[in-house]
Design a protein around this ligand. Structure first.
Ligand SMILES: [Zn+2]
Length: 64
């Protein structure tokens, strides 16, 4: 049994098993699909996540 999936990016059929980039066919397609998830951007958004969460809780208190 060899389960295959179609890469959402280029529609190429790739084996599901032993595919570390699944459901994509390669790291390239995965990175393209994730788009803005370039390494540096991801680190920046990781930092701002805490700020966003803090802002939201302040907004909630104001609304109540
Ligand atoms: Zn692909």
């Amino acid at each position: 049994m060899s389960l295959k999936v179609k890469c959402p990016r280029c529609k190429k059929e790739v084996p599901w098993k032993d595919n570390k980039w699944r459901p994509f066919c390669s790291e390239k397609c995965k990175m393209i699909d994730l788009g803005t998830w370039a390494n540096e951007d991801f680190r920046i958004s990781d930092d701002t996540d805490h700020i966003t969460i803090a802002d939201n809780s302040i907004d909630d208190e104001e609304l109540v």
